[in-house]
Ligand binder design. Structure first.
Ligand code: GTP
Ligand code: SPV
Ligand code: MN
Length: 551
């Protein structure tokens, strides 16, 4: 500590210095000091769990113009650069020591070479800026799931998003740092040079590099949350390795309560690739959301249990309308904290593709000033709102959230669902014969068509192991084996496969709310209350049961 005192004191006021030193953690101080030396910020601000510090971050995002207020109280809009609208896989790499390899399917760079490259891009990147130091927690605080995280960024939008999406973690650092084996995740993000719209200018120098040897992820020249918000997908890659070491699972899944007959509560988790229906499933009217993107599984007291890693949802807004998504529609139209990103704004009101309202022919969007028919900088006609435009809200604002969603022990999981975007092969719903059958033929072999959630062509059919391929940080075989072997000695959830996207003559064969029926059928199946037909690649529903459930 003594080595860094002068450096830390020279950049921060008394209050920030006290918040940092109250943690009394040499590793935290070292990471902060290193970021100062590298990024050379004008000032450094340290936040705790106080409402005041959360409010400071929110206000900063508005005053530094990363977000703008909208008409409804508490709503803001944030824009990412034209080319920075999704996760960018080709520049997302693992830093791997010279004598090691993770898996030939993963994007890797030699550690020293990668570090030199990204540190070169981050050097001096905080000049003229304030560096923000924030503490968050993955999973419920004060629980077996909890992983403390230290986020450093110069983007108040990133920190504000984390305030909505994650649990506060300053007290968790205090709680855990007394343990001998205290371990936390570290994230250092630099926006890089910005244009007049406060978006990263050097998008072609966008990098997201994972240094798993240090539990650190660095990113630069990007603002899109999937590349910058440390606790989202950057943490998932670290968590998969930590889970491997410690004997639990980190998954790209929703979690929900499905309500059975006579008030019975059943719990389901499901892995669908990005933009393939996790949020839409967790938000089915009449059921209760626990989480929509990240779940950790652990065996607790002989039970297979899952917990929501997050505290909010970063959901796709495209096609959100009052008929299919009444709960979220309501949240997006009433006062409360919402960040809209990459939608169209006209007279302080947000518009998006597939909403109820008629979309105006001009406004501000991810291109800047936009008029209908206009081409973006790459010559492509720009849609009014980006297909991967999103909203960020907290669980506490969802009236359909399970009141017990934040349970420190998670929930006992009855069923696990795997599904992808598959226009012509898989049936809408089927049940596996066993855990092994489900993990292998529904999870490990999952194929899905690419979407706007990643940069590149849409509709390309790819292999996407457990919908986690983009986030795997070790050998694919080992990850599958971890799933197969997990919770071996206890009752494991029933595994199901779904496909919402089957098409005939270019048209979807199912409506968006048909998934409500598939979930109700699964709920009855896990309790042995309906029969099923053996279809040789799993069990499928009987016509009369579906007929009754559809009614
Ligand atoms: P990430 O947040 O990227 O991990 O995605 P997600 O899996 O949560 O995806 P989400 O539920 O937000 O769905 C993305 C898109 O799929 C939206 O544009 C939905 O309209 C569409 N979608 C969801 N369910 C259905 C469905 O049953 N049928 C069809 N045709 N489209 C659907
Ligand atoms: C996804 O792409 O799977 C998302 C959005 O949930 S993000 O990971 O933030 O890009
Ligand atoms: Mn996701």
């Amino acid at each position: 500590m003594s080595d860094y005192t002068d450096l830390l004191k020279s950049k921060m006021d008394e209050a920030s210095f006290e918040k940092l030193t109250a943690l009394n953690n040499a590793k935290v101080n070292e990471f902060v000091a290193y970021a100062i030396e590298l990024g050379e910020p004008d000032t450094v601000w340290v936040g705790s769990d106080s409402d005041e510090d959360v409010a400071y971050t929110r206000q900063l995002a508005i005053s530094n113009k990363e977000e703008a207020k909208l008409n409804i109280e508490g709503h803001t809009v944030h824009f990412d650069g034209y080319f920075d609208q999704a996760r960018k896989k080709d520049v997302t790499k693992y830093l791997v020591p010279a004598d090691a390899t993770l898996d030939s399917k993963l994007n890797q760079v030699e550690r020293e070479e990668g570090l030199a490259e990204i540190e070169g891009m981050q050097r001096g990147a905080y000049k003229g800026r304030q560096m923000l130091v924030r503490f968050f927690c993955l999973g419920p605080t004060d629980s077996v799931f909890a992983i403390p995280c230290l986020q450093i960024t110069d983007s108040a939008y990133v920190a504000h998003s984390e305030d909505l999406l994650y649990r506060r973690g300053y007290e968790e650092f205090k709680r855990q740092s007394t343990n001998d084996h205290f371990e936390f995740f570290k994230f250092r993000h630099c926006t890089g040079e910005v244009d007049e719209r406060m978006t990263s200018k050097n998008y072609e120098q966008n990098r997201v590099y994972m240094d798993h040897t240090q539990n650190t992820v660095m990113s630069v020249n990007t603002q899109y949350a999937g590349n910058t918000v440390g606790l989202k997908k950057l943490s998932l890659r670290l968590a998969i390795r930590k889970a491997d070491k410690e004997g639990w699972l980190a998954e790209h899944m929703f979690a929900m309560r499905v309500n059975g007959p006579e008030g019975r509560k059943s719990y389901f988790c499901g892995a669908f690739p990005s933009a393939c229906g996790k949020t839409a499933t967790a938000m089915i009217p009449g059921e209760n959301i626990i989480g929509d993107d990240l779940v950790y599984f652990r065996v607790i007291d002989g039970e297979f249990r899952g917990a929501n890693v997050e505290n909010g949802i970063f959901g796709i807004i495209t096609d959100v309308n009052s008929a299919d998504d009444p709960v979220i529609w309501d949240v997006l139209h009433k006062p409360g904290e919402v960040i809209f990103s990459n939608v169209l704004i006209n007279a302080g009101k947000p518009y998006w593709l597939g909403m109820d309202d008629e979309i105006p022919s001009e406004g501000e969007n991810y291109c800047g000033e936009w008029t209908v028919g206009m081409e973006g900088p790459n010559g492509v006609v720009a849609t009014p709102s980006h297909k991967n435009a999103r909203y960020t809200v907290q669980m506490s604002d969802l009236v359909n959230a399970d009141p017990d969603w934040d349970n420190k022990s998670g929930h006992p999981i009855n069923g696990i669902v795997y599904g992808g975007r598959d226009s012509d092969t898989s049936v809408p719903v089927r049940e596996a014969y066993s855990w092994e059958h489900g993990v292998c033929t529904m999870g490990a072999t999952l194929e899905s068509e690419t979407t706007a959630a990643t940069i590149g062509a849409e509709g390309v059919r790819n292999w996407n192991v457990m919908s986690n391929m983009d986030f795997l940080s070790m050998s694919v075989g080992r990850y599958i084996a971890n799933n197969l072997n997990f919770a071996k000695d206890i009752k494991r959830p029933t595994v199901f496969g779904t496909n919402y996207f089957i098409k005939k003559d270019g048209q979807f064969l199912n409506g968006k709310l048909d998934k409500a029926v598939w979930m109700k059928w699964m709920e009855l199946r896990v309790h042995g209350e309906v029969e099923a037909i053996d279809a040789a690649y799993g069990r499928i529903p009987k016509f009369e049961d579906l007929q009754r459930l559809f009614k």
